[in-house]
Design a binder for this molecule. Structure first.
Ligand code: ZN
Length: 91
């Protein structure tokens, strides 16, 4: 089992995106997130994130979730890992 701290908005969104296969982490490059899902996977991730309840019993705000999902998808590599491709920026 994954033991993520889902009280944190970025962590909760990342968890939702990965468990719905909207994104996946590169198995070879720690910290590289790849956008692999379609629109359906991404809206599924949003629905899942909305159902995450923090340890204080509250859920995340819908607007905050939507913003964070958009931010993480923008940061994610599109379709494949740029480091595996060898065409991405160094570092
Ligand atoms: Zn890689």
């Amino acid at each position: 089992m994954m033991s993520a701290n889902l009280d944190d908005l970025p962590a909760a969104v990342r968890y939702a995106l990965e468990t719905t296969r909207a994104t996946t982490a590169c198995p070879f490059h720690d910290g590289v997130i790849i956008r692999v899902g379609d629109d359906a996977a991404e809206s599924h991730a949003y629905e899942r994130a909305k159902r995450i309840v923090r340890s204080d019993g509250t859920a995340f705000e819908a607007d905050a979730l939507r913003d964070e999902i958009g931010r993480q998808l923008k940061l994610a590599a599109d379709g494949r890992c740029p480091k595996c491709d060898g065409t991405g920026p160094a570092g």
